[in-house]
Design a protein. Structure first.
Length: 228
C-alpha cells in the first residue's frame, strides 16, 4: 500500500488540505495544510481501546483500596489485561518501571512542557526503554493491575509544566508546524503534491459527505474529498 501524499476536503465550499511531509527523512512524517501548519492534534484523545471510564479526574474521591479521600489526577480506562497502550504524542521515555502505588508505569516527556503518565501496566513493550524516542500511537505497554488497583485498567495522566490537567477537558494543542529551517524544501514538495491533486480535480470524489443539521457529523451528500 502506498502512502497518501495529499488530500483535499471541501466543506460548504471551503477547501481543506493535508499534504504529507517528512522533515527528518526518517519515515515519521506528518500532514500539514498549505501554510505548513499541522492538521493533526499533538495528542491522541485516548491512549487505548477501552470498555468504559471507571474513574474520572477529581480533586477528591474515596480511594477504593485505601478508603481515604484523595485527589485523583487522571482518568481510569477499564480494559482487558494485555490491551495495548499507546503513546498519545511524540516524546522521550523518562520513566519505565515500578512507581509505588502506580505499579508498572511509563512516563513520556513531550514538547512544550507536557508529560504523560501510564500506570498499572501488566508489562512493557520490549523496544521501549529509558531514553527511547517514541512516536504518537506507538505501543509502549499493556493494561494490567499492578500497584494499588482493584481491577485491570489504565490510569492515564497529563501534566503541563508540572501541573495536572484533566485529559478529558484539556484543550489539546495542535501538532508542531513545519520547522522554519525546512520551509524551502516544504514549499517545493507541497507544490508538487498539490499539483497531483490538480490532476484529479474534476474526477469523481473518493467519498462524499454532508454535515447533518445541528451536530456537524458527516453523512452522504455534497461535500467532497479527494486524495493523491
Amino acid at each position: 500500500d502506498g502512502k497518501l501524499l495529499a488530500a483535499e476536503f471541501v466543506n460548504l465550499g471551503v477547501p481543506y488540505h493535508a499534504i504529507y511531509f517528512d522533515p527528518n527523512g526518517d519515515g515519521y512524517g506528518s500532514y500539514f495544510d498549505l501554510d505548513g501548519e499541522s492538521v493533526r492534534r499533538a495528542f491522541l484523545l485516548k491512549p487505548l481501546s477501552y470498555r468504559r471510564i471507571s474513574g474520572r479526574f477529581s480533586s477528591g474521591r474515596r480511594h477504593p483500596i485505601l478508603n481515604t479521600i484523595r485527589a485523583h489526577r487522571g482518568i481510569d480506562y477499564a480494559a482487558s489485561i494485555g490491551t495495548p497502550v499507546m503513546a498519545t504524542s511524540d516524546g522521550v521515555i523518562i520513566h519505565r518501571g515500578p512507581k509505588g502505588s502506580f505499579g508498572n508505569t511509563v512516563e513520556i516527556r513531550h514538547s512544550n512542557g507536557w508529560v504523560t503518565r501510564y500506570a498499572h501496566l501488566n508489562g512493557f513493550n520490549g523496544d521501549v526503554n529509558l531514553g527511547t524516542r517514541v512516536r504518537q500511537s506507538d505501543v509502549i505497554g499493556y493494561v494490567g493491575m499492578t500497584g494499588l488497583a482493584t481491577g485491570p485498567h489504565l490510569h492515564y495522566e497529563m501534566l503541563q509544566n508540572g501541573r495536572h490537567q484533566d485529559p478529558l477537558a484539556v484543550d489539546l494543542p495542535s501538532g508542531d508546524p513545519v520547522p522554519a529551517d525546512d520551509m524551502t524544501r516544504w514549499r517545493a514538495e507541497m507544490s508538487g503534491r498539490y499539483e497531483l491533486l490538480e490532476t484529479i480535480r474534476g474526477q469523481s470524489p473518493l467519498r462524499t459527505f454532508e454535515a447533518e443539521a445541528g451536530d456537524g457529523r458527516a453523512s452522504g451528500g455534497p461535500q467532497q474529498g479527494e486524495g493523491a
